[in-house]
Ligand binder design. Structure first.
Ligand code: SF4
Length: 279
């Protein structure tokens, strides 16, 4: 049994929270560069240029990429051969968020849902823990902006609606979102499971590196079809018109009940922030 100290978890989450808010991934930068070259609309090309400049300054000066530093979502893959010592596992993660948002001067964006009083330290983070084989702990920190999360949806379709219904659900979500989720977006789509599992699949789908094709050729083809349909809406960067409403569409699927067809659509704005580490 391998031991991991709770303080190491806190330290890792703290650093990931700051890094995610300051540095866009190289895959996102590459996608923005491609948009700057290929976008047909002059306004759209200028927006891509400004997004790249924003990312450059944020990384160099250690400023947040966006004033909305997000609700912190943490995915933890905990090896079953790991024993956490020196503290509580979940609290260690929450403390890492608390310290990262304080030390990094990141906006605290969480509040009581009824009184709207700010919790003051950006906790509680939403933590998804999965027990996996092995003796490692993988932590992925995702600061999720409110604008794009607000425009996300879950649909409980009838099985007979099939792929056309799924496609319509995705396109409708992006159309109704318009400029609100800060396009160009990445569209995470989760198909199957239950109501909550479809939403979780959609969020996990956003973690796949941009530019890396879906390993399932059938799903890769469906992603291309959805991307074409979404970009045919012409919403464009920041909603000012253009080809690049979305950079990519990512699909994750799993079996569902014979009476159900759950579809989650999680929109991710251009500030596509996530960082991971393995302890
Ligand atoms: S949706 Fe994204 S880019 Fe827009 S304000 Fe929120 S975090 Fe920032």
């Amino acid at each position: 049994m391998r031991q991991i100290d709770a303080t190491a978890i806190t330290e890792a989450v703290k650093e990931l929270a700051m890094a995610a808010n300051y540095q866009l991934g190289e895959d996102v930068i590459a996608a923005l560069r491609r948009g700057a070259e290929e976008e047909e609309s002059p306004a759209g090309r200028e927006i891509f240029r400004q997004l790249l400049e924003n990312a450059r300054i944020a990384s160099k000066e250690r400023y947040p990429l966006c004033q909305d530093c997000g609700l912190t979502v943490v995915f933890a893959e905990l090896g079953q051969e790991v024993h956490i010592v020196g503290g509580d596992f979940t609290e260690a993660i929450q403390e890492g968020v608390r310290q990262g948002y304080a030390q990094g001067y990141l906006r605290k964006s969480l509040c009581h849902p009824l009184t709207r009083q700010n919790t003051g330290d950006n906790t509680p983070a939403v933590v998804h823990t999965e027990i996996v084989p092995g003796d490692r702990l993988k932590l992925t920190v995702v600061p999720k902006g409110g604008g794009s999360e607000n425009m996300s949806r879950v649909f409980m379709l009838k099985p007979a609606q099939g792929w056309p219904g799924i496609k319509e659900a995705v396109v409708t979500t992006v159309r109704e979102a318009g400029p609100n989720p800060c396009p160009p977006v990445i569209v995470g789509v989760g198909i199957g499971g239950t109501l909550e599992q479809a939403a979780l699949l959609a969020k996990k789908a956003l973690l796949r590196e941009l530019g890396r094709p879906n390993p399932d050729p059938q799903l890769a083809g469906l992603e291309a079809e959805l991307l074409q349909a979404v970009n045919d809406l012409g919403i464009g960067p920041q909603g000012l018109g253009g080809r690049f409403t979305a950079l990519e569409v990512h699909l994750l699927i799993q079996p569902c009940h014979i009476a159900s067809l759950p579809v989650g659509v999680n929109l991710q704005c251009h500030a596509a922030r996530h960082k991971e580490t393995v302890l």
